[in-house]
Write a protein that binds this ligand. Sequence first.
Ligand SMILES: NC(=O)c1ccc[n+]([C@@H]2O[C@H](COP(=O)([O-])OP(=O)(O)OC[C@H]3O[C@@H](n4cnc5c(N)ncnc54)[C@H](OP(=O)(O)O)[C@@H]3O)[C@@H](O)[C@H]2O)c1
Length: 223
Amino acid sequence: MQVFSNSAISLDGKLGPVNYDHMRLGTAEDLRRMSWLRSRADAVLVGGRTWRAWSLPLIEDPLVVRQPRSTPMINAVLTRSGAGARSGRFYAHPHTRPVFLAGPDAELEGLPPGTPIHRALHEPTVAWAVGILGAHYGVRNLLVEGGGALIAQLLEADLLHELNVTLCPLVLGGQGGPTLADGAGFDPSSLPRLELLSHDVVGQEIYLRYRVLPRAPGSGATG
Ligand SMILES: NC(=O)c1ccc[n+]([C@@H]2O[C@H](COP(=O)([O-])OP(=O)(O)OC[C@H]3O[C@@H](n4cnc5c(N)ncnc54)[C@H](OP(=O)(O)O)[C@@H]3O)[C@@H](O)[C@H]2O)c1
């Protein structure tokens, strides 16, 4: 499976404000590019906090990508708690299919009938989540839209192949807000390394596309 991420970050590397509310950082051009990236994917995966901040269907804008999908876009949420909306547009889009990938203690009562829930026996790993999406839904191209907790775990597990970043001309500041890769941080002796594939300057934004290089065998991160 090909796993790629897309994030908009401020110049100080943040995904959003310190209160973790949803904040749009990019321009209309950034949204257009997001639609193209979504159109490459069979599924979008987000962490629970990202989903709660923006509980809307994750799919390309048909005004940007006119090619219709042959199968619904899986909208997968990875959660330990299960907290979040039980109704609303997230569940009602004709071309998306919500799926929950949950820890053993997640409380997911009240979801619309028929919403798939996959429960891990222990603390879920991103490898387990990616494996479920491949095995149960035939996902071959997985777009990860964050947040930083999820991206850090994918980098640590060597499961992220491509990282797309829109660098926005903003400084959010503050301590404790979400960044591109959170968690405990990586061991300095085995940091994830990336290769720049393309850079594109449009207006005031820079669109960066990186290939994530395979970790050296035996290298471990603590993130
Ligand atoms: N600028 C951008 O492009 C962009 C993109 C995405 C997000 N954001 C922003 O980033 C912020 C969220 O960042 P974040 O790093 O906190 O987000 P996150 O990775 O979406 O959320 C962390 C949450 O994901 C779930 N999770 C993570 N790892 C898990 C695991 N191994 N097993 C089970 N559940 C797991 C948990 O959800 P539960 O709490 O449900 O248990 C955890 O609290 C929000 O402000 C959002 O708006 C911005």
